[in-house]
Write a protein that binds this ligand. Structure first.
Ligand code: KG4
Ligand code: ZN
Length: 340
């Protein structure tokens, strides 16, 4: 089987051509970072309009790389949930149009299932069943993943997502958007013990996260309660590095603690991690250490498949096998899936 996968849930326009295996035959991503940078966050209407401009060139590029004819495709897959409404609309409309024009069946993919499936794409052998940790700009959630398409929610953030906290701290510090990679870069030379930031909800007997208090703690450390002005920050390079490292360590400690707890609670022997924040070096190292210590298997998606991409849409092959194709009137299901 050869399928085309389309991803446009947030601010990346992506397409891939995947053969059963799964093997990647072609893959293209157009990022929108430069469009959203001046707002320090993704603006939904800007994202949707950019998807409209980019989606056909990106699909063309994936098909060109694969060196196939559209007639060779067996299905068109597209992520239709969760995500930004306008962004999802563009991907789904493109997929439906091509399905009709090329007379191919349509597959609707869940973007969160795809983020975990990104781990499968590094060819580690069968990854299911596993505990799945998704750490992205919108989601920080733990799932009992019985198979690629059967995920039971175990817990997740009750306020900010981990990536959102990175992005907001980056914005407070005036670092380039998105905050995740820039805070992480600044943290490299810092002392993670310089500030004792909170590890909210760690030690409690549930699997929820909270990062809003941590973000506020960083804010108070910078300007103090009641003050608003971030424009006059006068941090030395070392102070900036220490602050970023201490913040990053606090996020990592929470993610590692709850992941270990989820493994204990479910009795599963494997942890699979996906989503943009899973590209974070400190998190990858800390999870590897925890896996060694506790004796569970660990698969983290390859860094280029952590942030949004269409290669992870290969989960569509599993979707077809288990649940078949989607009807042409399938709709988008926007918003966050935080499970409560
Ligand atoms: O999965 P993703 O591309 O999009 C969503 O589905 O949300 O994740 C984007 C998020 C952003 O918040 C970004 O700052 C964060 O992932 N991120 C990182 C790193 N790279 C991306 N956070 C921490 N460290 C990184 N290296
Ligand atoms: Zn995502």
């Amino acid at each position: 089987m050869i399928i085309l996968t389309i991803e446009s849930t947030c601010d990346e326009t992506a397409a891939a051509v995947i053969a059963s295996g799964p093997h990647v035959l072609g893959a293209a991503v157009a990022t929108q970072t430069e469009l959203h940078a001046r707002f320090q966050g993704v603006v939904p209407e800007v994202a949707a309009r950019a998807h409209v401009q980019r989606i056909l060139p990106v699909i063309d590029e994936a098909i060109r790389q694969a060196d196939i004819d559209p007639a060779d495709l067996d299905a068109i897959a597209v992520a239709n949930t969760p995500g930004l409404a306008g962004s999802l609309m563009v991907g789904l409309t493109a997929a439906k149009t091509l399905a009709v024009a090329w007379n191919k069946p349509l597959v609707a993919v869940n973007h969160l299932q795809a983020h975990i499936y990104a781990c499968q794409m590094s060819d580690p052998g069968e990854i299911y069943p596993c505990v799945g940790l998704i750490v992205s700009g919108g989601h920080t959630s733990l799932y009992a993943c019985h198979s690629a398409t059967e995920l039971d929610y175990l817990g997740g953030t009750i306020d900010d997502a981990a990536g959102e906290a990175f992005d907001k701290v980056g914005a407070m510090l005036g670092l380039p958007f998105p905050g995740g990679p820039s805070v992480s870069r600044a943290a490299a030379a810092g002392n993670p013990k310089a500030h004792d930031f909170p590890r909210s909800l760690v030690g409690e007997d549930h699997l929820n996260f909270s990062f809003s208090g941590l973000k506020t703690a960083v804010r108070y450390c910078l300007v103090g309660p009641g003050k608003q002005d971030f424009s006059q920050l006068d941090l030395s390079e070392q102070q900036l590095a220490d602050l970023c490292a201490s913040f990053e360590q606090a996020v990592v400690d929470c993610l590692v603690a709850k992941s270990r707890q989820a493994i204990r609670q479910t009795g599963f022997s494997k942890l699979c991690v996906g989503g943009g924040v899973a590209a974070n070096g400190r998190l990858r190292a800390a999870l590897a250490e925890a896996a060694d210590r506790d004796g569970f298997g660990l698969v983290i998606a390859p860094p280029d498949l952590c942030t949004d991409n269409a290669v992870m849409g290969a989960v569509a092959l599993e979707q077809i096998e288990r649940h078949g194709y989607a009807d042409l009137d399938v709709d988008i299901h926007p918003g966050l899936q935080r499970g409560y």
